[in-house]
Design a protein around this ligand. Structure first.
Ligand SMILES: [Zn+2]
Length: 89
């Protein structure tokens, strides 16, 4: 029996791609887009510092390493691809 989707919500990966497409339409800088994607994954300020990585939503080739400070929620992120995103905000 097929599993029925209750909310119609897409997978996390689809959600990321939709978000990136939408933000690109609004001509937002890559660093902002990457930060939004990270916030999708971690919507709340973490109680402990976060260190994680994901397939880079910008170039989709490199790995985006990021950390989130528990003190103020600031994000530090860097893609392994040269000339891709690298920011702190
Ligand atoms: Zn990248």
């Amino acid at each position: 029996m097929p599993v029925k989707k209750i909310t119609g919500a897409s997978t996390e990966e689809e959600l990321v791609q939709e978000t990136v497409r939408e933000l690109r339409r609004r001509s937002l800088p890559d660093a902002i887009i990457a930060a939004v994607v990270i916030r999708l994954k971690y919507p709340d300020k973490p109680t402990e510092p976060v260190q994680d990585s994901m397939v880079c939503p910008i170039c989709r080739k490199g790995k985006l390493h990021f950390s989130i400070a528990s003190s103020n929620g600031h994000i530090w992120a860097r893609c392994t691809t040269d000339d891709c995103v690298r920011f702190m905000q």
